[in-house]
Write a protein that binds this ligand. Structure first.
Ligand code: IPM
Ligand code: SF4
Length: 467
């Protein structure tokens, strides 16, 4: 048999019918529904009079519309839309008999954080959700991707989906990361190199020494932003580190089924000599912490660089000019001179326990600059409990951070509580108005956000020589 890539193996195992022209009817192993798009999917299914094909494979999770700021009563501050959509996600999930992870459930949290945490997503499975960051699940060796609501309804009714096979790209990260440099910096560097459209039409396998060395949580960060270079899928072939991470998780197989699963998972790695349609290599040995200056994730530079002058193709140049105007920045300004108003640690990109530990270790004994509002939103109830058990909440609070309840929070503009401020954020999108009206977002790693919160401006965590 021809050597195959990880993606080919998973794809081939899920083909129900080859429809020609590269399109296939694929078996879908898990459908995740959330309060924004999932409630619409369930509404459409019920309106059409169809039934759910396989309820145990469907999970309805409430995360997007939650108010995360600690409140007096559980529903304080919910917008009428949130009340309606959350109510719908809850009610329809119960009517349809799919698993509901409700707001007060001890398993609750951001979909892409809890799916690996609970073992809902597993290596070699196909997982879909009406959410572009479903690629995150590639971090544990699942093939996850974002779908539209009508596709979601189709999956709910059939547990299958028509999908066109993408081309395969391998991105190999060589070398070893230096101190204070992380998976977030790797993915930002890649997007800066290939551009926000550079992965269009591809499924990206992340490989190489630097990827193998990443923890499972860091791999989830890496894969989370594959979609920010327009790749619908991003993944790391699963290895022993992943199996160890998954062992004992609620929905992971147990006993003999576990042993059989691990044997199967071990066979999924890309074969020696398998061919990719495109190859890309990045050496991370000299990689510095990265931060975005503009309104596209491709507008990225090293923390010690200056804001670049618009350059390149006319379209890219026009985009950069507009970005500078929106961000209220001048080309040539050192990024370290950019003063920030808000420091934000959270989201499906960087709100896992290891992210919070890194930031808290940095913050211990330090104080956030007086003009900065600093916010930490754990990615799930489990992350929050574990962080509190280690006393990380106390470290964040003592440094001057707000310590929130889990959820998507102020990642997108839906909750609209940030306005006309400059935010350094661990999230994944820096589009105009993304975090609220006229918010100017700079994407960075948790350590860079922590260091910037203390400095009051974009800062290089390496400068203090810690870690
Ligand atoms: C609401 C949802 C469809 C959306 C997405 O697809 O990514 C959201 O999660 C986001 O990050 O903007
Ligand atoms: S945390 Fe942000 S990027 Fe992630 S799913 Fe929620 S809104 Fe989307």
């Amino acid at each position: 048999m021809q050597p195959r890539t990880f993606f080919d193996k998973v794809w081939d195992a899920h083909v129900i019918a080859d429809l020609g022209d590269g399109a296939c009817l694929l078996q879908v192993d898990r459908l995740l529904l959330h309060d924004v798009t999932g409630s619409v999917v369930m509404r459409e299914l019920q309106a059409s009079g169809r039934a759910v094909a396989c309820p145990p494979q469907v999970f309805s999770i409430i995360d997007h519309l939650l108010v995360t700021k600690p409140q007096a009563a559980p529903r304080d501050g919910w917008t009428p839309v949130a009340v309606e959509m959350i109510g719908e996600a809850r009610r329809r999930a119960r009517e349809l008999g799919v698993t509901l992870v409700d707001v007060d459930d001890q398993r609750m949290g951001i979909t892409h954080v809890i799916a690996p945490e609970l073992g809902i997503a597993l290596p070699g499975l196909t997982v879909v959700c009406g959410d572009s960051h479903t690629c995150t699940l590639g971090g544990i060796g699942a093939v996850g991707w974002g779908i539209g609501t009508s596709e979601g309804t189709h999956v709910l009714a059939t547990q299958a989906l028509v999908e066109s096979k993408p081309k395969r790209m391998r991105v190999t990260f060589d070398g070893q990361l230096g101190p204070c440099v992380s998976a977030k910096d790797m993915i930002l560097k890649l997007i800066g190199t290939i551009g926000a459209g550079g992965g269009a039409g591809y499924a990206i396998e992340f490989a190489g020494e630097a990827v193998r060395a990443l923890s499972v949580e860091a791999r989830l960060t890496l894969c989370n932003m594959a979609v920010e270079c327009s790749a619908k899928y991003g993944f790391v072939a699963p290895d022993e580190r992943v199996f160890e991470y998954l062992k004992g998780r609620s929905y992971a197989p147990k006993g003999e089924a576990w042993d059989a699963a691990v044997t199967h998972w071990r066979s999924l790695a890309t074969d020696e000599g398998a061919i990719f349609d495109a190859e890309m290599r990045i050496d991370v040995g000299q990689l510095a912490p990265q931060v975005t200056w503009g309104t596209s994730p491709q507008h990225v530079a090293s923390v010690r660089d200056r804001v670049p002058a618009p350059a390149g193709e006319p379209q890219a140049q026009a985009l950069a000019e507009r970005a500078l105007a929106y961000q209220q920045l001048q080309a040539g300004l050192p990024l370290a001179d950019v003063k920030i108003d808000v420091a934000y640690i959270g989201t499906c990109t960087n709100a896992r326990l290891s992210d919070l530990r890194l930031a808290a270790d940095w913050l211990r004994g330090k104080t956030v600059a007086p003009h900065v509002t600093a916010i930490c939103i754990p990615g799930s109830a489990e992350v929050k409990r574990a962080a509190e058990a280690e006393g990380l909440d106390a470290v964040f609070r003592a440094a001057g951070f707000e310590w929130h309840e889990p959820g998507c929070g102020m990642c997108g503009s839906g909750r609209g509580r940030l306005e006309n401020v400059r935010v350094i954020s661990t999230s994944n999108r820096n589009f105009e108005n993304r975090q609220g009206k006229r918010t100017r977002t700079h994407l960075a790693s948790p350590l860079t956000v922590a260091a910037s919160a203390v400095a009051g401006h974009i800062a290089d965590a390496r400068e203090e020589g810690v870690r």
